[in-house]
Design a binder for this molecule. Sequence first.
Ligand code: HSE
Length: 428
Amino acid sequence: MTEPLRLGIAGLGTVGTGVVRIVQRHAQILERRAGRPVEITAVSARTRDKDRGIRIASYAWEDDPVALARRDDVDVLVELMGGSDGPAKAAVEAAIAAGKDVVTANKAMLAVHGQALAEAAEANGAVLRFEAAVAGGIPVVKALTEGLAGNEVMRVMGVMNGTCNYILTRMESAGLTYEEVFAEAKALGYLEADPTLDVGGIDAGHKLALLTAIAFGTRVDFDAVAIEGIERVSIDDIRQAADMGFRIKLLGVAQMTGRGLECRMSPCLVPAGSSLGQLEAATNMVVLEGDAAGQIVLQGAGAGEGPTASAVMSDVLDLARGTRLSTFGQPAASMEAAPAASASAPAPYYLRLALVDKPGALARIATALGDAGISIDRMRQYGHAEAVAPVLIVTHRTSRAALDQAVAGMDATGVVSGSPVALRIEEV
Ligand code: HSE
């Protein structure tokens, strides 16, 4: 086939600009690899007369992305506007209704509407792909959908929000509080317009919901992701976890156990020497575990113009080459609801508490743990000038229910000041 593949780009922000740059700069490489030219025929964005540092005058302009999606000279809608609903979803639906393929970077839209959109695409003979929606330039969707297609996936883990990893690692390296580094990240332009998407774990939760669907063949279900953000991680936790040989990460974990599908995005401790533990700054990392392949670790830039545009182009090239994969690696209509996990898999936990410094206090804490059937692995009490002593405990593997029982027991002793901090230690 030598007919050009004609793209309509909806959204000319950072990623859209990057896609235009790649199509223009690498026209020959793309044509050689696809066996046909890849061209942009039309674009759409909120503002037309803005200097983006790219040449778009030769492309047709549409104010309305839905009109762009319906154009006869557009084969593929490349949706780079963002937002779970509104114009992005309307344009994608219009393209699908017209039987056109869609490439999108829109994790929020897919996490919420991905199942319905994928089913609609299949019903209309269209392809809907989203490599750029998860972990920016890391080709993790392809790795799961194609590279590990012969495996039963055991577990998917990942640090998939660079802003949170920047905040956590910078707190540790500069000894700054969460509030101080949050302000710094904001000044650097790292945070989304709604910062809760980043620090509240929602952006990373969207990404995990998508990977979970591919890994386990289950219907996309963002509501099934148990999400906790990093807002309450203190510099004390970071320092003291480091002292015990751990680092704190906003970690996504999805695994199918005998109890059902567990899917959570939350601050966790990981061994400082592990690949995840060593991940610095705004970098992303995804760890995939297959029964045949074992553990695969992918690391790279999770955001930014080049990396995200690179991921968009990998989907575009698939379409140009005639590779037509289903959205989540199997027919969307055949995906089944995940069995909700009745409880999370047992794990060791890290506990930090401020203990009133009087005889018998530590014994009461140990009793609360013992009464809940929890065994202590390691414990440390720090020197202190105040009336309360900082105490750290690392437990052996236990259930979350037992841990909650122990924490309630500790609260009832009257020797704990404030509430204990409890963080899961992920065995990576
Ligand atoms: N805000 C995200 C991050 C990138 O910090 O990783 C877009 O998902």
